[in-house]
Ligand binder design. Structure first.
Ligand SMILES: [Zn+2]
Length: 417
């Protein structure tokens, strides 16, 4: 029986090594916010990428040196609001308008996750931002799927992945080529009507792409500016997904209060909530409602600070989630734009909330339990993760099924054909 792990007695470097080695999931990770900096710089300087971006109406910066791009793409804690934080995405979307750049972005993201022992990743993005007259929605999703499949193959299944299709809360012509075309076609429509219709179309695309064999599509999400765009505007889109057995997660309680979380769960059937930072304004009743229904909150600490969703980490509900046993796995949100890895987020959570070994184990396992992967795969991953946790000194009861699952995962037996 190994001695119980005492995190305080480890050096900062040893603790970081432990967080790096943890078997992890990243359930809230935006493709367009998580590219490698050098890739964005390289693509933004590529004449072919620039020509296409220009034709489609995306303004790429003139100076594409890493020094100049860093200032633009990683607003950090100087952000004034969520809207400010979302600005770099316009540039990044400008370089992601072809099959090859989308596949590359997805591949590199999955490889970066695998390098820090993320065993299961759910990549989310809004295909609507990448659709244009030369690229269909199915092609966009296929490209991302190809990139993920390549990473799964090359790592021998050490990382497995899913795709979440995002609908956008707000309608604005600046969002991209498709939205501009929609505005041209319906010049008198209210933004709210166009937003709801674009969401419905995105949900139909997600369902159709899955029907055509893109099995990695496991869920549907609602993203974008929250204030003024309540979840119920998008009800029809979500009900189309529910009718077709897609899982649901919704960004809520970040830029708006607890009503947004409640609507996401009651109107849109959300199984998971992105952020939920303002949940305590709704009292413990809402917290316990989520807990009792096993609704998961995807926690992104650094991003929440940067978007000013919370004034400081002391105001974050993570401690309440832990004590109330709400499923609350740590996630990155945007690896590039927020400048974080999942290892960083575990280090930060420990620094500020002093997670006990038991709480770390639970936080890790919540991610596997809340994954939208099909049940058999989710169970195998969960058992494999338990085995790995035990090897790191964070074990529960020993079980042969866990050892076998970990061995199967290490041998690549879980990779899809
Ligand atoms: Zn997000």
């Amino acid at each position: 029986m190994p001695a119980p792990l005492e995190l305080e007695r480890l050096s900062a470097a040893e603790r970081r090594q432990l967080f790096h080695a943890l078997p992890k999931t990243d359930l809230h990770c935006h493709l367009d916010g998580s590219l490698r900096m050098e890739t964005v710089c390289e693509l933004a300087a590529d004449p072919e990428v620039r020509r296409l971006a220009d034709r489609l109406g995306y303004a790429l910066p003139e100076d594409t040196s890493p020094e100049a791009m860093k200032g633009v793409l990683t607003p950090g804690v100087d952000c004034a609001s969520l809207e400010d934080y979302l600005r770099p995405f316009d540039i990044i979307c400008g370089v992601l308008q072809s099959r090859s750049t989308l596949a590359r972005a997805a591949y590199e993201l999955a490889m970066d996750c695998a390098a820090e022992n993320v065993m299961y990743l759910e990549v989310r993005f809004a295909p609507q931002r990448h659709i244009h007259d030369g690229l269909s929605g199915i092609e966009v999703l296929q490209a991302v799927d190809d990139g993920l499949a390549r990473a799964e193959r090359e790592t021998g299944g050490r990382i497995l992945s899913g795709i979440l299709v995002c609908a956008l809360r707000n309608y604005a012509p600046e969002i991209g080529f498709l939205h501009r075309k929609v505005r041209e076609a319906f010049p008198y429509a209210e933004p709210r009507e166009l937003g709801a219709y674009c969401s419905l179309d995105a949900s139909r695309l997600a369902v159709e792409a899955k029907r055509q064999g893109i099995e990695r599509i496991v869920g549907f999400d609602l993203a974008g500016a929250e204030s003024g765009f309540p979840p119920h505007h998008h009800r029809q889109a979500f009900h189309h997904c529910i009718d077709n057995f897609l899982n649901i997660t919704v960004h809520a309680g970040e830029g708006y209060g607890p009503e947004s979380i409640q609507e996401a769960v009651t109107y849109l059937n959300a199984q998971r909530i992105g952020h939920g930072t303002r949940i305590l304004e709704g009292g413990l009743g809402l917290v316990r409602y989520l807990r009792d229904r096993r609704v998961t909150v995807e926690v992104c600490l650094t991003s929440n600070l940067q978007t000013r969703a919370i004034s400081s980490l002391d105001a974050h509900p993570l401690r309440t989630f832990l004590s109330e046993e709400v499923r609350a796995p740590l996630c990155t949100d945007n690896r590039l734009v927020s400048g974080v890895s999942l290892t960083d987020e575990y280090a930060l959570a420990w620094e500020r909330f002093r997670l006990t070994p038991r709480e770390i184990r639970k936080t890790v396992l919540y991610g596997f339990k809340a994954a939208f992967a099909p049940y058999a795969r989710r169970r195998q991953l969960l058992l494999a993760a338990k085995s790995r946790l035990r090897a790191l000194g964070l074990g529960g009861e020993r079980s042969r099924a866990e050892e076998a699952a970990y061995e199967a995962w290490s041998n690549g037996d879980l990779v899809s054909a």
